[in-house]
Design a protein around this ligand. Structure first.
Ligand code: 5RP
Length: 263
């Protein structure tokens, strides 16, 4: 692996081999998502506790201070919306020149295995890998399920994650699921967990994150369960304790409750 690629990956995956990415890319197909209407205000208190931001170029330019930022994973796929015909029908939205101009540490793209646009999304991924590898920029593949949240099982996610790695993704972002070890074991590159819609309780979030880390994930890319929580700073700090300080789910939940009271 070349120096540039290694250097960018080390900006994302920390010296302990773990990472906490904060995604704020939801607007690219959901519009002004609840609690993310003003992304700059949402992320200001959270930035000290994450390792990288996952964001589109538009929100990056409009809402992220270039002089005091975190490493950036640029969301470079899109072209669909929640009210459109099919979320899977994405294209690559951002040129390699723009990725370099914005000094991104990595790029992220969704793939939709099993959808009507499976082939297009997979060739988008391989085209992006071909371009980014020339410049030492890692590609993170997002195993998206569109509106079909029930697809989040080990068999489907293992299939999608492995295909993403085979096509050259340097990191795979997928959902946590029961038997998550089957997903990680079949994927030869680091696996990061997404959160999905907000869970009923904070303990539920801590438990799935802890379980996924025990089963081999290198970290999380968790958005709504952080910034849609009424106590987002307590939430991000508690989750960080699982990722970087080896807290158990219960210890992290206790930390959340004590930080919540400090507010
Ligand atoms: C949206 C994404 C998000 O980055 C991903 O889903 C993680 O966010 P959340 O934890 O809110 O699900 O890729 O397309």
């Amino acid at each position: 692996m070349d120096w540039g690629m290694k250097n960018r990956l080390s900006q994302l995956i920390q010296a302990d081999g773990r990472c906490f990415f904060l995604p704020i890319d939801h607007g690219y197909f959901q519009g002004p998502t609840s609690c993310l209407e003003k992304p700059g205000e949402t992320i200001a208190p959270l930035l000290p506790y994450c390792d990288a931001l996952f964001v589109t170029r538009g929100v990056l330019r409009a809402a992220v201070d270039p002089s005091a930022s975190k490493p950036i994973i640029l969301r470079v796929s899109g072209g669909t919306s929640v009210i459109g015909r099919d979320l899977a029908n994405e294209s690559i939205t951002t040129s390699i020149e723009e990725v370099i101009r914005l000094n991104a540490s990595a790029v992220g793209i969704s793939i939709f295995v099993g959808s009507d646009y499976e082939r297009e999304s997979l060739t988008n991924l391989s085209d992006l890998v071909n371009e980014c590898e020339d410049f030492g920029i890692p590609v993170m593949a997002v195993t998206a399920v569109g509106k079909e949240l029930e697809k989040r099982d080990a068999r489907y996610l293992a299939l999608s994650s492995r295909i993403a790695a085979e096509l050259g993704a340097r990191v795979v972002k997928t959902y946590w699921c029961k038997d998550f070890d089957k997903v990680v074991c079949g994927c030869p590159v680091p696996v990061v967990m997404a959160g999905g819609p907000k869970c009923e309780t904070e303990l539920e979030v801590m438990e799935f994150v802890y379980d996924g880390m025990q089963k081999g994930a290198v970290g999380i890319n968790l958005g709504r369960n952080v910034w849609q929580n009424p106590y987002p700073v307590a939430m991000i700090r508690a989750l960080r304790s699982i990722i970087h300080e080896n807290y158990t789910a219960k210890e992290a939940w206790e930390l959340f409750n004590s930080l919540k009271r400090e507010k």
